[in-house]
Design a protein around this ligand. Structure first.
Ligand SMILES: *Cc1c(COP(=O)(O)O)cnc(C)c1O
Length: 375
């Protein structure tokens, strides 16, 4: 294959589609999937991923902000689009113009959205995450909803703080809180046709004790669409579905060289060769999203074997130790995320090495890394 980029990611359309179907098969028949494609679909490409999901039957997408929603509309996507991350005052006009569905996080949001247009809105109830979400009482919410002149409450939702953690009662508490809130609204005759709570971990490790669950008719997976579910904590059930990573990341070898024992490598001379070593310099650095925390602790795959990162990760370059790996040449490529034969390295492995989460590893992949799609 001709070399086309010094560093590139390849996204498998089939893997995204298969992950979507795996999630679908794990949820009840009447439940639909909101494909979460915020942050450029965790760097997998929001437009392309949305097209794949819609071709698989998804009727809903979710983005973080109005700008992301507008970009999907500009690419001709016609699915419903839920905007999760709040609406700024200057973005209000775009909601109606681009047929975006806002999430209301406060009574003030309800009032602002009502003034714009006859919008469908989703109410996000804060049940314990204490990030965005309505923290007013059900009575106050009911009064505000009754005062709406144009807007309609189409959905009611919440978000878990510790979905995969079975060592705490937080999710059970949040479900109880959500049940109580919905019941109180129902007493005021406020019932939303759409009810949703679960992101990837909560779909993979479902809780079964809730009066709300029969009413839930949407789920909001993000990371699972891309092939990851964070390992749960505590006494968790087995995952309800299996997915596989959709993205591989490669970078070209720029140079291969031998260094004598005692040579130091990279900024700060944080690595000293204990013996004569063969090193390779590869065309990716922290500007591309290689975590600086992988300095002297990460690895890549070169010719089917792990090759440790030596010295500090720098802005545009990483040095790896390829002693004992035969025939590696400038122009060859190494794998930063993906597999070669039996040897594999995924975003979860890398996250564990640097003490972060796979979301962070994927979202950090920079714009200089070219993106390609394969079927
Ligand atoms: C990001 C997000 C999701 C998707 O979360 P994953 O853990 O990636 O599945 C779902 N709901 C909300 C409100 C989010 O912000």
């Amino acid at each position: 294959m001709p070399r086309i980029a010094r560093s590139y990611i390849e996204v498998s359309r089939q893997a995204v589609a298969a992950n979507y179907r795996a999630i679908r098969s794990a949820i009840p028949a009447g439940t639909n999937v909101i494909g979460v494609v915020k942050a450029d679909a965790y760097r997998h490409g929001a437009v392309e991923v949305s097209r794949i999901l819609c071709a698989q039957g998804a009727q809903w997408l979710a983005v973080s902000c109005v700008e992301e929603g507008v970009a999907l509309r500009a690419s001709g996507l016609s699915a419903r689009i839920l905007v999760l991350g709040g609406i700024m005052q200057w973005e209000l006009g775009a909601l109606d113009e681009f047929r975006l569905t806002p999430v209301a996080h406060s009574l003030d949001d309800l009032r602002r959205f009502d003034e714009c247009a006859p919008l469908d809105i989703h109410l996000k109830i804060d049940t314990g995450l204490h990030r965005l979400g309505i923290s007013s009482s059900p009575g106050q919410v009911a009064a505000a909803v009754s005062n709406l002149r144009h807007a309609r409450v189409e959905g009611i939702m919440s978000h878990f703080a510790s979905a995969g953690d079975f060592s705490t009662t937080q999710s059970a508490d949040q479900i109880r809180e959500f049940d109580a809130f919905r019941a109180a609204l129902a007493q005021h005759n406020i019932r939303a046709p759409l009810v949703h709570l679960a992101s990837s971990s909560a779909i993979a490790f479902p809780r079964t004790t809730s009066e709300t669950l029969p009413a839930v008719n949407l789920v909001r997976p993000g990371i699972a669409l891309y092939g990851y579910v964070s390992p749960p904590c505590g006494d968790a059930p087995g995952p309800s579905f299996r997915v596989s990573p959709a993205l591989t990341w490669k970078a070209a070898v720029i140079e291969v060289k031998d260094v004598p024992a005692g040579s130091t490598v990279g900024y700060g001379a944080t690595y000293r060769a204990p013996s004569a070593r063969k090193l390779a310099v590869i065309a990716a650095g922290y500007a591309d999203g290689v975590q600086h925390g992988l300095s002297n602790s990460g690895k890549v795959i070169a010719r089917g074997s792990y090759a440790p990162i030596v010295g500090a990760v720098s802005m545009d370059l990483v040095t790896i130790d390829v002693t004992g790996i035969p025939d590696l040449q400038p122009g060859d490529e190494v794998t930063l995320i993906g597999s070669e034969g039996d040897v594999s390295l995924d975003a979860q492995d890398i996250a564990a090495t640097v003490g972060t989460i796979p979301y962070n590893i994927l979202c950090a992949i920079g714009p200089r890394v070219k993106r390609f799609y394969v079927d």
